[in-house]
Write a protein that binds this ligand. Structure first.
Ligand code: MF3
Ligand code: CO
Length: 247
């Protein structure tokens, strides 16, 4: 079932979202050649706990870390480890924070040092796709318009949209109803209502959309080894339009 959250509940969700945004902002200067993904993870966990919140992903279905750090052809759910970032890499960082029982969830892809133009375009198009999807999140409109708009934008740029992972409702749990595919037909299914809280998260590949999960049972990579980008925000559907909570 899809919950409709009150003004005061959205107030707390905004606080959780703010912590998530602070983590992603602070990583802008930490992500550089020579740093390990584990160092980024430790930094993020410390910042979240200093804010009296807890990492949403750590322990979720056995996930072992605060961040998901997905490098180059890794799409999502890369586990932080001793990998050293080098100039030319791109890294998608996904983070969730639980503040007073309410979750925020967001992701960004960052360039490490100097990155080839095609990968800069990949990141730009994925970020735009998220923004275009958010612009479709209006009271009285169909949920499927979000994914449709995202897919149109990504495919117009000759990139592909991942099918095997979707956005989701969020609130007291990290993953709640509804599922939010990043592709499909417009004007179908659920009608958006004020108080819905959604995590919208397009994952975009340079090459083809199929992915596979590595033997660690978490890390999703592109099957064709092309690179992938991921941007995510948690939003609240309000009568006045969508409010981005992870800022
Ligand atoms: N934003 C991602 C998602 O919604 C993060 C989940 S990672 C997990 O799927 F470890 F919590 F699964
Ligand atoms: Co999410």
């Amino acid at each position: 079932m899809i919950y409709l959250r009150s003004r005061s509940e959205i107030g707390t969700l905004r606080q959780a979202g703010r912590i998530v945004a602070e983590v992603l902002n602070s990583l802008e200067s930490k992500i550089r050649p020579g740093v390990t993904t584990r160092t980024l993870d430790q930094w993020a966990e410390k910042l979240i706990r200093e804010r009296k919140a807890t990492p949403s992903f750590k322990g979720y279905q056995g996930y072992p870390a605060t961040l998901c750090t997905s490098v180059n052809d890794q799409v999502v759910h890369g586990i932080p480890d001793s990998r050293v970032l080098k100039s030319g890499d791109i890294i998608s960082v996904d983070v969730g924070a639980n503040f007073n029982g309410w979750h925020g969830d967001a992701a960004r892809t960052y360039a490490v040092g100097e990155v080839a133009v095609i990968f800069q375009q990949l990141m730009k198009v994925t970020k735009e796709a998220l923004e275009i999807g958010i612009a479709e999140a209006k009271v009285g409109k169909h949920l499927s318009n979000i994914g449709h708009a995202i897919q149109q934008h990504v495919e117009a740029a000759n990139f592909s949209i991942v099918r095997d992972f979707v956005g989701h409702g969020i609130g007291r749990e990290v993953h709640e109803d509804p599922q939010i595919p990043n592709f499909g037909k417009p004007n179908q299914g659920v009608i958006l209502k004020a108080g819905m809280i959604l995590a919208i998260e397009p994952m975009v590949n340079v090459g083809a959309y199929p992915v596979r999960v590595l033997d660690d049972n978490w890390t999703a990579v592109t099957q064709d080894q092309s690179r992938s980008a991921h941007f995510e925000h948690t939003i609240a559907i309000l009568d006045s339009g969508a409010e981005v909570l992870t800022v």
